[in-house]
Design a protein around this ligand. Structure first.
Ligand SMILES: *[C@@H]1O[C@H](CO)[C@@H](O)[C@H](O)[C@H]1NC(C)=O
Ligand SMILES: *[C@@H]1O[C@H](CO)[C@@H](O)[C@H](O)[C@H]1NC(C)=O
Length: 230
C-alpha cells in the first residue's frame, strides 16, 4: 500500500489541473500518516493551520494543505493558496492568502474562496457523515466557518500536510508554519497507526493516543521554512 504521501502525490499531481493546467509541481516539507490498517479508516480529522506570511515572491501558485487520501483515489484537501494576483482569485489584497474547502475528485471541487491573513487560525475539519456517506468539510477562520463542502470519496486512509508549489511558485520561499491541535479519529482502533508517521523537514510535539489507537492527537506540528528550486 502506498503511504499518504504517495497517495497524495499521485492524486494531487492534478491539483488545479482543470482550472490552470500547470506544467511544474513540487512538494516541500510534510507530516504524513497512513495508510491506516485495512480494517479501519479515518472518520474525522481536524487541525488548525496558523497561517504564515505569503511566500516570497508571491507567484502562481503555492498551496498549504492538510489532506486525506481516500479509498476512492480522491483527496480531501482544504487549501490555503498564495497567488500572484490574490484579488482576481478571491478578492484578497496583496500579502493575503485565499482559503477554501476543497476535494480533488477527477476535478478540483471547492466551496467559497475567501481571503485570509498571516496570523489567522484556519481550522480545517473533515468528518464522515453516516447519513450521506460523504465527508463534510469546513474551513473556519478564528472559529468562524467561512467555507464548506461535502463530497463522496470512499473512506479516508491517511492524513498528511503538504507544501505544494506549481509553476512560477516553484522558485519561491515559503516561511515556516505550524499546525495546532491536530486530532485524527479512526473508525476502529489501529495501534500501529503511529508507526506510519513520516516527517520530512518537519517536527512534532509527539503523536499520542489515549484510547488504544482510535483517537490520535498531536499538539504541534512544525513545518520548516522551504525554498523551492524545481
Ligand atoms: C484571528 O486571530 C489572530 C490571532 O489572535 C489575529 O491576529 C487575526 O487578526 C484574527 N483574524 C481575524 C480575521 O479576525
Ligand atoms: C449529515 O448531512 C446532512 C445533509 O447535509 C446534514 O443535514 C446533517 O446535519 C449531517 N449530519 C451530521 C451529524 O453532521
Amino acid at each position: 500500500m502506498p503511504t499518504i504521501r504517495n497517495i497524495a502525490v499521485s492524486a494531487i499531481l492534478a491539483l488545479f489541473e482543470c482550472a490552470y493546467a500547470q506544467d511544474t509541481v513540487g512538494f516541500g516539507p510534510a507530516f504524513s500518516l497512513g495508510p491506516v490498517s485495512s480494517s479501519s479508516w479515518i472518520r474525522e480529522a481536524v487541525t488548525t493551520l496558523e497561517l504564515p506570511e505569503v511566500p516570497s515572491p508571491a507567484a502562481d501558485r503555492l498551496a498549504l494543505w492538510p489532506g486525506m487520501g481516500t479509498s476512492g483515489g480522491d483527496l480531501v484537501q482544504a487549501l490555503a493558496v498564495s497567488f500572484a494576483d490574490p484579488d482576481a482569485n478571491c478578492g484578497a489584497t496583496t500579502g493575503q492568502w485565499c482559503t477554501w474547502a476543497s476535494t480533488l475528485k477527477d476535478e478540483q471541487l471547492g466551496g467559497t474562496q475567501v481571503p485570509a491573513s498571516a496570523g489567522d487560525q484556519l481550522t480545517m475539519h473533515y468528518k464522515y457523515n453516516d447519513s450521506t456517506g460523504k465527508y463534510d468539510q469546513t474551513v473556519a477562520i478564528n472559529d468562524s466557518i467561512v467555507s464548506s463542502l461535502s463530497t463522496e470519496v470512499g473512506e479516508a486512509q491517511g492524513w498528511g500536510t503538504a507544501v505544494e508549489c506549481q509553476d512560477s511558485a516553484c522558485k519561491s520561499s515559503v516561511p515556516a508554519h505550524k499546525y495546532l491541535s491536530t486530532k485524527i479519529i479512526l473508525d476502529s482502533a489501529d495501534e500501529s497507526f503511529g508507526d506510519t508517521l513520516v516527517l520530512t523537514d518537519a517536527t512534532s510535539s509527539g503523536l499520542t493516543t489515549s484510547d488504544g489507537g482510535i483517537t490520535w492527537a498531536v499538539t504541534t506540528i512544525n513545518i520548516d521554512a522551504h525554498t523551492f528550486d524545481v
